[in-house]
Design a protein around this ligand. Structure first.
Ligand code: TXA
Ligand code: MG
Length: 330
């Protein structure tokens, strides 16, 4: 028989502080094939032992995610990363600069890689990241294996930036939720693929393009012929239920207005991503504010966000969230 325990997920998972004792309990659950939501500096992750195929499969089930969409493997240090992936000198340089932190590297899968094929969706590449959150790092160390962890939200819904968000949407499908407070960045990691021909940005995110390009040179868009399934290449993603109208300069009848900086004349902002027009602050508020407006209004108008720095990631998420709806929000 498979030694994975059948974690019956009918009751709501306990939400506990990410302290030492709870991290030890969480590591046991993970080693036993269970699912634990963990805080990271970007968003909450839904973690499983990446080397346990059944545990990984239960991530896909809990999220309702199409199984061809591969997962990020979270590591505690470079040595663990190198058991999973082949590091080129450029990959090492990027890791030296940006790890621990919100940079995910897509690299060739190492011959010795212990990660389940299901986590990498059968690709010959693997996405690895060393998160910055001390709780996440300690949890990975305690487990001693890479943790596969997508954002802890049902597929296509908004990513969670608090433990309460996770409890609300996935609580009855997982074993434990570690509460590490509000995620600092609030936007998922930036994903870079390193190939023989160069570096491509697969997903803009919490690390701005400009810093990365100092090391990589100009980042290209993903090569459509390379067979790389980039995240969010599924057009609709990160979506609230209410229709979203982007680059709005007014609020129409029935719409709530999500401002950035000073709202347009005559418009009352329902919420403001950042009153002082700070993109970092806006990124950290984005998902939580969309969630609040989604719960309280039937339609959301969002102010224009500059496309510089973290604005690239914010606009990417907003476009995907709006994708279901006609351009003009009619
Ligand atoms: O900030 C983050 O990255 C969060 C936290 C929890 O670490 N995680 C996260 O994971 O956003 P997820 O699974 O929601 O998004 C990871 C994306 C997937 O959409 C997938 O398409 C892409 O990474 N990915 C994973 N492995 C890949 C690979 N080998 N090649 C191309 N893309 C890959
Ligand atoms: Mg996600």
């Amino acid at each position: 028989m498979d030694k994975t325990t059948d974690h019956t997920r009918r009751e709501a998972a306990p939400v506990v502080p990410a302290d030492d004792a709870n991290l030890v309990s969480a590591s046991r659950i993970l080693l036993d094939g269970g699912l634990v939501a963990m805080p990271t500096e970007t968003v909450y992750g839904l973690a499983a032992d990446a080397t346990n195929g059944r545990a990984v499969a239960s991530i896909y089930t809990a999220k309702g995610r199409p199984s061809f969409n591969p997962l990020i493997c979270h590591v505690a240090d470079r040595a663990m990363a190198e058991t999973c992936a082949v590091f080129s000198p450029l990959a090492h340089a990027l890791a030296d600069h940006f790890w621990p932190g919100p940079l995910t590297l897509v690299l060739p899968r190492a011959a010795t890689c212990p990660v389940s094929e299901l986590a990498t969706a059968g690709l010959d590449t693997i996405a690895v990241r060393m998160p910055k959150s001390p709780a996440a790092l300690e949890l990975i160390r305690l487990v001693g294996r890479p943790l596969a962890a997508p954002s802890a939200n049902p597929s296509e819904r908004l990513s969670p930036t608090t433990a309460a968000h996770v409890a609300e949407n996935l609580g009855d499908r997982i074993d434990l939720i570690l509460d590490g407070g509000v995620c600092r960045a609030g936007l998922e990691s930036t994903i870079i693929a390193l190939t023989k021909t160069g570096a491509a940005m697969l997903r803009p995110g919490a690390l701005a393009r400009s810093g990365i390009e100092l090391l990589t040179g100009l980042l290209t868009a993903p090569d459509p012929h390379a067979g790389i399934v980039a995240p969010g290449m599924m057009r609709r993603h990160y979506a609230p239920r209410a229709p979203l109208r982007l680059d709005a300069v007014d609020a129409r009848e029935g719409e709530s207005f999500l401002a950035f900086g000073a709202p347009p004349k005559g418009v009352t902002a329902s919420l403001n991503l950042s009153e002082r027009g700070d993109l970092e602050e806006a990124a950290s508020n984005l998902f939580a504010m969309l969630r609040r407006l989604d719960a309280t209004s039937n339609a959301i108008a969002v102010a224009p966000i500059p496309d510089t720095g973290l604005g690239e990631g914010i606009n990417d998420r907003l476009k995907r969230a709006a994708a279901r709806f006609p351009k003009d929000g009619v």
